[in-house]
Unconditional design. Structure first.
Length: 439
């Protein structure tokens, strides 16, 4: 079934989406001499001022608190009121590079669904859906096999009002006039803040938190570049002692209004994580540990959900099996900038520790697979077959764009090795596609 399924959909899922593209002051010496003794700091955003006020009132904040406020805080949070994806934004994700990525993810999900609950209704849950491109490609792919309005619903966990609007336009773009607002729906899950039904009859619901998504049927959970944006705590070993890294106000000559500083005494988190022998053993360096409790809580919540009614979860992100070194970084206009430069104006991200995610579910009955490189996942799922089908009848410019997108997704020197794919399934069945031996 697996080979027939992959070959059938790779040939029939549709033609190439040609509109999707691949991502990827000087004032003179007199003025310079005049200002040489005056510290010129980076932009002081409204969020910068708010964080400074917090620190002056309550003391330095953790790196996790800083990340949370910078990315999703109500005052100037990075994701809250702008479209940050694509060539005009700050970074580009795999679904935006080419439709092949989302199509193959859709095939993987559909195969797992048919293996376990072929006659049951199911729900797709995407965490951090971006522009909605991945969900749109998944629905279009699965729609090649069955009528979605009878069997499937889509649930999006999104905190950004701006991005939820973009997701609505992306997924419901074929006939916006045919959608129904949340007030017109007969039944709306508790905790849902927006809902629509597309012209294909697929109900789509938006939530601020995963815990608000109903848990009454087989669930297929997808998280592409979601866990890397969850807050981390960072710890450094100095002179043989571990200290938590904090954010403090920089009133000196530093480039930014904020600075990194070590906690003067061990925090509760320091005692918890640096004394965990198993966790510390997974660290690839001896003097830095990064840990994301939010990631472990979310992954555990997914595992509990799968155990109740069955399901699968696919996580695609950059990271490794074990914590790395100092991985927190910021990106603006596709270039790396300082983490403390203009809080709220750049994306913050940190490598995902897949070993830590696996440990968070070690007492559950779900089965964990991976992580494997993204390139291997896509190749095993048949991206070359899909590429050949899409290349037919294309002009030179479109062929070049498609080949460039393919290379970006699978090349080990680009996204193919840097990004990893892991999954968990319940109940356990055959080894999921792409996670077995290399063919």
């Amino acid at each position: 079934m697996r080979n027939w399924l992959c070959n059938h959909v790779l040939q029939s899922v549709g033609r190439i989406n040609a509109s999707r593209q691949t991502r990827y002051m000087s004032f003179g010496k007199p003025f310079a001499r005049l200002c040489s003794t005056i510290p010129i700091k980076s932009e002081k955003t409204p969020l910068t001022a708010d964080i400074i006020s917090q620190i002056k009132a309550d003391g330095p904040i953790s790196v996790a608190s800083y990340m949370r406020q910078v990315l999703t805080g109500p005052i100037g949070g990075y994701y809250m009121d702008s479209d940050v994806f694509g060539s005009a934004g700050d970074f580009t994700t795999s679904p935006e590079i080419n439709q092949m990525f989302g199509e193959l993810v859709g095939i993987w999900l559909y195969y797992q669904w048919m293996q376990v609950r072929p006659k049951s209704h199911a729900q797709i849950i995407e965490l951090g859906p971006g522009r909605g491109t991945l969900s749109a490609d998944i629905l279009r792919t699965i729609g090649q096999f069955r009528k979605l309005n009878q069997d499937l619903s889509l649930h999006l966990v999104e905190v950004s009002p701006k991005l939820s609007q973009i997701q609505q336009e992306t997924i419901c773009t074929s006939s916006r006039s045919a959608t129904k607002s949340v007030k017109e729906l007969d039944a709306k899950p508790a905790g849902c803040y927006k809902a629509f039904i597309t012209d294909d009859g697929i109900p789509i619901f938006w939530y601020y938190k995963l815990e608000d998504v109903p848990n009454k049927e087989y669930s297929m959970v997808v998280a592409n570049e979601f866990f890397d944006a969850l807050p981390i705590h960072q710890f450094r070993k100095v002179n043989g002692n571990w200290s938590e890294v904090m954010i403090d106000v920089d009133e000196g000559n530093g480039e930014h209004h904020l600075k990194f500083a070590l906690a003067p005494k061990p925090t509760l988190r320091t005692k918890l994580y640096t004394k965990d022998v198993t966790f510390a053993k997974n660290s690839k360096v001896q003097d830095v540990i990064e840990v994301s409790p939010d990631s472990a809580i979310t992954y555990k919540e997914i595992a509990i959900r799968l155990q109740r009614h069955g399901g699968c979860a696919l996580v695609i992100d950059y990271g490794d099996f074990g914590t790395g070194s100092d991985t927190i970084r910021a990106f603006r206009k596709h270039k790396q900038v300082h983490v403390l430069d203009g809080p709220g104006t750049a994306d913050l991200t940190a490598d995902v520790d897949f070993a830590f995610l696996k440990r968070s579910i070690e007492n559950d009955d779900v089965k964990f697979y991976g992580p494997i490189p993204q390139g291997r996942f896509l190749l095993q799922m048949g991206i070359q077959t899909r590429l050949k089908a899409l290349l037919k009848d294309l002009g030179k410019s479109q062929r070049d764009d498609l080949l460039s997108a393919y290379d970006m997704l699978v090349n080990p020197n680009k996204m193919g090795l840097r990004f990893k794919v892991a999954c968990m399934i319940f109940p356990d069945s055959d080894t999921p596609p792409a996670f077995g031996a290399i063919k």
